[in-house]
Design a protein around this ligand. Structure first.
Ligand code: ADP
Ligand code: MG
Length: 204
C-alpha cells in the first residue's frame, strides 16, 4: 500500500488551486475517483483541474446527467455516480465506455463503484474538518500504482508553491502531510474493505 498524502484547504479557491496543481501531470486514460459527502468540494476540485487544462466552460456537478464532457488540452469526462443505485445500473449505462483511454476521467462518488475501477487510479477523499472552520476541507490523496505516486508528488510541489504565493501567512507548518494511516471515516466507508482487493476489475 502506498502512502497517502493529506492537505487541508481553507477555501474553495485553495481547493481549486490544488486541483489545478494536478493538471500538468494528467494524461489521457488517467482516472480520478473523488469521494466525500455533499458539499465536500469534489466539484470545486474538478473545476480547478479543468480550468488548468484549458476548459473555458463552467464546470458543474453532473449529478442529474451522470456525465459532462469538456474539452481542454485533452478531453475530460466528469462523472457523478451519486444517483446510480446499483452496480447493475452503472453497468447498464455502459460504464466501461466511460473509462475512455483518450480522456481524463474524474468520477464523483467514485467509491460507490470502486470495484469497477482499474487498479491504477487516484483516489481523493474529501471531508469537512470537525471542530474547525466551515471552509476547512481535508483532502486525502491515495495513489494506486507507481505513476500516480509520481503524479501526486508533482502535484504537491506545484500546490505548495501556488498556495504559498496566495497566502498571507508564511513559514507556518507544512501544508501537506504524508500518512500511511488514512483517518477512519465513520460514514460512507461501510462495505469498503481495506486498501487492496477492492479494485481488481478492469486491470489490463
Ligand atoms: P461536492 O461536489 O463535493 O458535493 P461542491 O464542490 O459542489 O461539493 O461544493 C463545495 C461547496 O463548499 C462550495 O459551495 C464551496 O464554495 C464550499 N467550500 C467552502 N470551503 C471549501 C473548500 N476549502 N474547498 C472546497 N469547497 C469549499
Ligand atoms: Mg459535486
Amino acid at each position: 500500500v502506498q502512502k497517502a498524502l493529506v492537505v487541508t484547504t481553507k477555501s474553495a479557491e485553495e481547493t481549486r488551486i490544488v486541483g489545478a496543481s494536478l493538471a500538468p501531470v494528467l494524461l489521457p486514460g488517467d482516472i480520478i475517483s473523488l469521494s466525500g459527502d455533499l458539499g465536500a468540494g469534489k466539484t470545486v476540485f474538478v473545476q480547478g483541474l479543468a480550468a488548468a487544462l484549458g476548459v473555458q466552460e463552467r464546470v458543474t456537478s453532473p449529478t442529474f446527467t451522470i456525465v459532462h464532457e469538456y474539452s481542454g488540452r485533452y478531453p475530460i469526462l466528469h462523472l457523478d455516480v451519486y444517483r446510480l443505485n446499483s452496480f447493475q445500473e452503472v453497468l447498464d449505462l455502459g460504464f466501461e465506455e466511460f473509462l475512455d483511454p483518450h480522456s481524463i476521467v474524474a468520477i464523483e462518488w467514485g467509491e460507490a463503484i470502486a470495484p469497477l475501477l482499474p487498479r491504477r487510479h487516484l483516489d481523493i477523499d474529501m471531508r469537512r474538518v470537525p471542530d474547525s472552520d466551515d471552509d476547512d476541507r481535508r483532502l486525502l490523496f491515495r495513489p494506486y500504482g507507481p505513476d500516480w505516486v509520481r503524479k501526486v508528488q508533482a502535484m504537491r510541489s506545484t500546490a505548495e508553491t501556488l498556495l504559498d504565493a496566495i497566502s498571507e501567512e508564511t513559514g507556518e507548518e507544512p501544508r501537506f502531510i504524508v500518512t500511511s494511516e488514512p483517518p477512519a471515516r465513520d460514514d460512507m466507508r461501510a462495505g469498503r474493505s481495506g486498501d487492496e482487493g477492492q479494485m481488481e476489475a478492469g486491470e489490463s
